[in-house]
Design a protein around this ligand. Structure first.
Ligand code: SF4
Ligand code: SF4
Length: 356
């Protein structure tokens, strides 16, 4: 059966108040006020943006969601988990510092900001899923404690999955450190001697100090956890993966972590995908990137698979091509959608309802 997905186009103005007002109208269409009402804890899962990134969903855009949830008596907190890599968000102290720099504070949001997996990502527990790759997945404990989740996603391409939407945001972003590590463990990068200029950037970002730079970068396979950061930060195209199999496994593992993160909350989850800055890489990249297509607005619904499928279709229509296949031609980004449908998270069939 087709799931209802709501879409509000981008405004002609780019002001914060214009976008916030659109978000509020979309929330009413989805029924957020009713879904989130009660004596409940609700997580508003967002991405505060890596330091230097400017494509993340802005704090002022999501405050109407917080107001609507609080109006129903719900206790709301704004949250994300720590990263595996050595960026500015790998522990809660640095992470909250970046969040504040990007405008996410109690004063601006009207809700506290909490890092869901603790000081260094240790606050996690196993959740039974009993699927193809995992019997249990490691999920951040504050995710498990929440009664419901509102997921805010900036739609982008992604170095490991081709497309990054709600499934990527939940599957990786709500996993604890153990869950993140296990999703990356199949990936094994290789350095091209012809392309590497020994700039050292990959070594600076590698979370396990697996890279040393001599004449070229060299990777210690025993230390590598396959996080893909070296691929993402190399500007010379010198890092390669065997993508065909590894990306498929990675996408399926993401989906299985979604099952764990959302377990027991299926009626209390809402997904807001922002098609406002569709860049080649995700918001974990600490630099600005050009948008691949113009802003298309915001898509929302209670079925994350339908919301992601609608976003892929809208982006492709605007681009006049399979946008994510052009950005990452070596792998099939639709695996995450088909596997999510297969395990029962949602439906790729949707009915798009326009909101003016
Ligand atoms: S970032 Fe790229 S070019 Fe620079 S050292 Fe690493 S692999 Fe070589
Ligand atoms: S060498 Fe391995 S651990 Fe280090 S950044 Fe690359 S993929 Fe990640």
């Amino acid at each position: 059966m087709a799931s209802e997905v709501f879409h509000i186009p981008a405004g002609t103005g780019k002001s914060m108040s214009d976008m916030a007002e659109r978000v509020g109208r979309l929330a009413d269409a989805v029924g957020l006020g009713e879904i989130a009402a009660g004596d409940l804890f609700f997580m508003l899962k967002t991405h505060f943006g890596e330091r230097g990134n400017n494509s993340y969903v802005k704090a002022a855009w999501i405050t109407p969601l917080i107001e609507k949830m609080k109006a129903g008596g719900t206790k709301v907190f704004v949250s994300d988990t720590n990263t595996l890599y050595v960026g500015a968000r790998s522990n809660a102290v640095d992470h909250l510092t970046v969040a504040r720099e990007h405008g996410f504070t109690f004063d601006t949001l009207g809700a506290p900001v909490i890092i869901a997996d603790g000081l260094v990502g240790e606050n996690q527990s196993p959740v039974e899923v009993d699927l193809k790759h995992y019997r249990q997945v490691y999920i951040a404990n504050d995710v498990r404690a929440a009664d419901g989740i509102v997921v805010i996603t900036n739609v982008t391409g992604h170095v490991l999955t081709g497309y990054a939407g709600a499934i990527k945001n939940v599957g990786m972003g709500l996993a604890g450190r153990g869950g993140k590590r296990s999703q990356h463990c199949d990936l094994s990068p290789e350095i091209s001697p012809k392309k590497c200029v020994a700039c050292g950037t990959c070594a600076q970002w590698c979370p396990t100090s697996a890279i040393t730079v001599k004449k070229i970068a060299e990777i210690d396979k025993a230390k590598c956890i396959g996080c893909g950061e070296c691929y993402a930060v190399c500007r010379y195209g010198a890092v390669n993966f065997s993508w065909s199999e590894t990306s498929a496994n990675m996408q399926e593992k993401l989906v299985e972590h979604c099952c764990g993160a959302l377990k027991g909350k299926s009626n209390r989850c809402v997904f807001f995908n922002f098609i406002t800055h569709v860049t080649k890489n995700c918001n974990c990249i600490g630099r600005g990137e050009q948008d691949e297509i113009p802003p298309l607005g915001i898509v929302a619904g209670t079925d994350m698979v339908a919301v992601d499928q609608a976003c892929v279709d809208l982006c492709n229509k605007a681009a006049g091509e399979d946008l994510f296949a052009r950005l990452y031609p070596s792998w099939d980004h639709s695996i995450q959608l088909s596997y999510a449908e297969e395990v029962g998270i949602g439906s790729r069939a949707y009915k798009l309802i326009g909101i003016s």
